[in-house]
Design a protein around this ligand. Structure first.
Ligand code: GAL
Length: 769
C-alpha cells in the first residue's frame, strides 16, 4: 500500500503560513521590474510520522513544480537540488529523519531561487517570457513499501494494443494488470503483458476524451494510469488521427497568470484547456516548457491535442552542464507525460534555436527510445535547417497584412517532410483590446488570412498561433509594460476580436461578432471602415432604423478555404445606390470610394480627377451635377438628427439565429461571468480560484465597449479572499477581472462590486465540502 499525503498546506514562508501553489512574489499586472521576479525564498515544513508508519517504508517528497532552482534539505542536511523549473521531482528522505518521541521527524527546507542561472535551461541569454518563482504546483508526501512501483506509463493504439513502461524495485517483477474501460468496467485482468490487448477499443479522438485505466498491482503496491487508444501521425500529406485526415489549428499557451505568475490553482489551469476547446481549436502547444498535469489531464478528457516541448528560448549554451540538462528535460517530460493520449508530438529542440546536431541527435534519440509511439518536432524559424526530428515544426511570420498568409512547405525545406506551423502573427502585430478599430480589425484579419492559407494548402498539417493570451515578459520584449500583447485573448483570458476568427469556425452556437460599431469618429478623417463580421451563419442582414440595407454573404473570394469565411460589409449604402438605379457593382464601388475620398481629401482633388466619370454617372440617373452630389450625400448619410440604430442579423437556414443591435442611446450593461459559483472543496484542492470576468457592453450588442474605463471597488464577505487582485480594480477597455480563492472554510461567499458608472452588483458563491 502506498500512502499519499497532501503536503500543500501550511508551509512557513517569510514567517507566514502559506498554502501551495505559492508564488515567491506577488506582482502588479504591468510595469513591474525583472528583479521583482528573480527573487529567492525559503519554505519550511515539518512532517512528523509515527515510527510504525515508516518502518520498512520509503518516504518520498514529490515536488510537482518548483521554479527556478530548488535546493531541498531535511533536518538541515542537503538532500537534492533540482535544476528545472518545470519538471516533477522526487526527494527520497530515508536516512535523513530524526527520531523524537516515537516519531520520525522530517524538517524540510526548500530554498527556491528564481535567479536566471545560466547553467539552467531556459536561461543563459534573452528570454521572451518570465520564469516566475515559487513552489508553484504543489507537493505530496509518499510513503511507499520497500518494494514498490517506480514508474508506470501506458499508451494504446487503434489496434487495441497496450504498451507499458513499468519499473519496479525488482528487475523482473510478477504483477497483475487490470484494465478498465471509459465507463469503469473491468475489461481485462492478466499477469501477462502480452495479453494486454483490447478488441475494438473505444477510440480516443478529437472531442472524445475516452480514457481507459490500467491498474498495476505489484506485491502490496498499486498504481494506475489513464490512457487512450488512438493513432496519430504527421505526414507529408497532412496530419491523421485514427486514420482520418484533420487540419490542425490551435494556439500557444504560456502558463502564467496576472499577479501570481505560475502559482495558479489547478481549477484555472483546467479552464485554460476549456478555453482552447471553446475557441474551436483542436491543438495547443505548451510553449515553451512542460505544463501542469491538471492542464494536460483536461486536454485528455476533452479530446484536445497537445504539442509539448522542453524549456528554452532561442539560446543554446556551450556549457556541457546546461546541455546535459536539456537532454534530461526530455527525459523528465516523457517520463511524466507519456501516458497522456492528448500529446501527439514531443518538442525536443529549444524553441527557435540554431542547428546543433550534437545536442539534437541526443534529444531525438532519447525521445524515440523512451517513446517509439510518438514523433518528434523541434521548433525553428530557419528555413532549410537540419531536420533531426520527424516533423518540420516551423514558426512562419511571413504575413504582413497584405501578402501570403504562410510559406509553402517547399519554400521552407528542400526535403519533403511533414510540415506544421507552430507560430504566426504574434509580435508582427501586437494588439490591445483598446486599440483603435482599424488596428483590432487588421489583427483579426491577419489571423483569418493565415488560417485560410493553412486550410488551402494540403501539405501543411496545421497552424498554431502566437498566441492564446497576452503574457508578462522581460523588459526586452513587449510594449514596455512587461506585457506581450500578442494574444487573441488578453492576460485575463478575455476575448479580443481576433479570437472570433477562430471561434466562428467550429462553434455550434451562433457567432456574430462585428469589427465595427459604426462610429466614424474613431477613424482618421471620420472614415467609415468596412465591417468585418465573424460569423458561422449563412448570411448577415443589415438594417439602419428598420430600413433594410441588404444581405451579405461570407467573403469566400478572400477566405474561401475557411470553414466559415467572415462576412464583409465594405460600406453601408450599397442597397440605396442600387435602389436609385446603379445596377453595376463597379459604379457603386466607385461612388463609395468617392465618398471616402471627399472626406480624406477636402481639397476635392480626387473628385476633380474623376470629374468625367462622375458626370457620366449623373447622366445615368438623369441628374445635374449639383443634384447628383446632393443625392449621393443624402444616400451615404445615416445621420439626420442622430445616429441610426443599426441591426445585424445572422441568418442560418433562413432563420435569424443571432442579432446585434447598435443603439447609441442603449443603456450600459454591467455583465459578469464566473468560472464557477458552486465550489466543492476536496482534499486535493488546497484552494480553488474563482475568476470574475467583468464585461461592459450596451444593451442589444455583445461587443465589449473598447474605450470604457472606470474603477471598480471589490469587497468580499464569507469564505473567499482576494488572490492577487486588490480591492480597487480598474476596468480597462470595457473589461476587468477579479481573482478570489477559497480559504478552506465552507459557506456562502458574497462579492460586492461597485462602479461609479455602472452601479453595484453582488455575486454569490457557495463553497461546500
Ligand atoms: C517567437 C517566439 C515566441 C514569442 C514570439 C512573439 O519568435 O518563439 O516565444 O517570442 O516570437 O511573437
Amino acid at each position: 500500500m502506498r500512502t499519499i499525503i497532501n503536503a500543500n498546506y501550511s508551509w512557513n514562508f517569510e514567517n507566514k503560513l502559506v498554502d501551495l501553489p505559492h508564488s515567491l512574489s506577488m506582482l502588479d499586472e504591468s510595469y513591474f521590474k525583472n528583479s521583482d521576479v528573480t527573487v529567492k525564498g525559503t519554505y519550511t515544513k515539518t512532517f512528523c510520522l509515527d515510527l510504525s508508519q515508516v518502518k520498512d517504508k520509503v518516504v518520498v517528497l514529490r515536488f510537482k513544480g518548483a521554479s527556478a532552482v530548488c535546493k531541498v534539505f531535511c533536518n538541515d542536511k542537503h538532500v537534492k537540488t533540482n535544476y528545472c523549473p518545470y519538471n516533477e521531482f522526487d526527494v527520497e528522505l530515508n536516512g535523513y529523519e530524526l527520531i523524537q518521541n516515537s516519531k520520525a521527524v522530517y524538517e524540510i527546507r526548500a530554498e527556491v531561487d528564481a535567479k536566471e542561472d545560466e547553467t539552467v535551461p531556459p536561461f543563459g541569454y534573452q528570454l521572451d517570457y518570465l520564469c516566475f518563482g515559487g513552489l508553484y504546483r504543489g507537493v505530496e508526501l509518499l510513503i511507499l513499501d520497500k518494494e514498490h512501483i517506480k514508474l508506470l506509463n501506458v499508451t494504446g493504439n487503434m489496434a487495441g494494443e497496450v504498451r507499458i513502461d513499468l519499473q519496479t524495485t525488482e528487475k523482473e517483477p510478477s504483477v497483475t494488470y487490470e484494465l478498465y474501460d471509459p465507463r469503469g468496467n473491468l475489461v481485462l485482468k492478466t499477469s501477462k503483458k502480452e495479453e494486454l490487448k483490447v478488441e475494438s477499443p473505444q477510440l480516443w479522438d478529437l472531442g472524445k476524451g475516452l480514457l481507459y485505466k490500467l491498474v498495476v498491482k505489484y506485491k502490496d503496491d498499486e498504481l494506475s494510469k489513464t490512457f487512450g487508444f488512438r493513432d496519430a501521425k504527421f505526414t507529408t500529406e497532412g496530419f491523421f488521427i485514427n486514420g482520418r485526415k484533420v487540419k490542425l489549428f490551435g494556439a500557444n499557451r504560456h502558463q502564467s497568470y496576472p499577479y501570481v505568475g505560475y502559482a495558479m490553482a489547478e481549477n484555472l489551469q483546467i479552464e485554460d484547456a476549456r478555453l482552447v476547446m471553446k475557441t474551436g481549436m483542436n491543438i495547443v502547444r505548451t510553449s515553451h516548457y512542460m505544463q501542469s498535469t491538471a492542464f494536460l489531464d483536461e486536454c485528455d478528457r476533452l479530446g484536445l491535442l497537445v504539442f509539448e516541448e522542453i524549456p528554452g528560448w532561442q539560446h543554446v549554451s556551450k556549457d556541457p552542464v546546461w546541455r546535459e540538462r536539456v537532454v534530461e528535460n526530455v527525459r523528465f517530460m516523457i517520463q511524466r507525460d507519456k501516458s497522456h493520449p492528448s500529446i501527439v508530438l514531443w518538442g525536443v529542440r529549444i524553441n527557435e534555436s540554431p542547428d546543433d546536431d550534437e545536442l539534437y541527435s541526443k534529444t531525438n534519440e532519447l525521445a524515440h527510445k523512451l517513446d517509439p509511439s510518438r514523433q518528434t518536432g523541434g521548433v525553428r524559424y530557419l528555413p532549410n535547417s537540419h531536420l533531426l526530428e520527424d516533423v518540420y515544426t516551423f514558426n512562419d511570420f511571413i504575413h504582413n497584412g497584405k501578402n501570403q498568409g504562410l510559406r509553402d512547405p517547399k519554400a521552407v525545406h528542400k526535403t519533403s517532410c511533414p510540415h506544421l506551423v507552430t507560430e504566426y502573427c504574434g509580435h508582427t502585430y501586437s494588439t490591445k483590446r483598446f486599440d483603435d478599430e482599424l488596428h483590432r480589425q487588421s489583427h483579426a484579419l491577419r489571423h483569418a488570412k493565415v488560417l485560410n492559407d493553412m486550410f488551402a494548402n494540403p501539405n501543411i498539417c496545421g497552424c498554431i498561433t502566437w498566441c492564446l493570451f497576452d503574457y508578462n515578459t522581460h523588459s526586452d520584449f513587449g510594449s514596455g509594460d512587461m506585457i506581450c500583447h500578442h494574444g487573441i485573448y488578453d492576460m485575463h483570458r478575455i476575448n479580443k476580436l481576433a479570437s472570433f476568427a477562430y471561434l466562428s469556425q467550429n462553434s455550434e452556437a451562433p457567432v456574430l461578432e462585428l469589427s465595427s460599431l459604426v462610429d466614424d469618429g474613431d477613424c482618421a478623417m471620420n472614415a467609415i471602415l468596412p465591417n468585418t463580421i465573424f460569423t458561422n451563419a449563412d448570411s448577415v442582414r443589415l438594417y439602419a432604423n428598420e430600413e433594410y440595407l441588404g444581405t451579405y454573404t461570407p467573403d469566400t473570394k478572400n477566405f474561401g478555404a475557411l470553414p466559415h469565411a467572415p462576412v464583409q460589409i465594405p460600406y453601408y449604402f450599397e442597397k440605396r445606390l442600387i435602389d436609385v438605379g446603379f445596377k453595376n457593382k463597379k459604379d457603386r464601388d466607385f461612388l463609395a470610394y468617392m465618398v471616402e475620398q471627399a472626406k480624406v481629401d477636402p481639397s476635392g482633388k480626387a473628385i476633380k480627377k474623376h470629374a468625367l466619370k462622375i458626370l457620366l454617372l449623373a447622366l445615368k440617373v438623369k441628374k445635374s451635377i449639383p443634384d447628383f452630389i446632393q443625392m449621393i450625400t443624402n444616400i451615404q448619410s445615416f445621420t439626420q438628427n442622430r445616429k441610426p440604430i443599426w441591426r445585424f442579423e445572422a441568418i442560418k437556414d433562413n432563420k435569424v439565429v443571432k442579432t446585434q443591435v447598435i443603439d447609441p442611446d442603449a443603456p450600459l450593461l454591467f455583465n459578469t461571468a464566473l468560472n464557477t459559483n458552486v465550489i466543492k472543496l476536496s482534499d486535493w484542492d488546497t484552494y480553488q480560484v474563482v475568476q470574475i470576468k467583468i464585461f461592459v457592453t450596451k444593451e442589444g450588442c455583445s461587443t465589449i465597449l473598447p474605450y470604457f474605463f472606470d474603477s471598480l471597488c471589490v469587497s468580499v464577505e464569507g469564505p473567499l479572499e482576494l488572490y492577487g487582485s486588490k480591492s480597487l480594480v480598474t476596468i480597462v477597455g470595457g473589461t476587468a477581472s477579479v481573482y478570489l480563492r477559497t480559504t478552506q472554510k465552507t459557506g456562502e461567499a458574497r462579492v460586492l462590486l461597485h462602479s461609479s458608472k455602472l452601479g453595484d452588483k453582488t455575486l454569490n458563491v457557495t463553497i461546500g465540502d
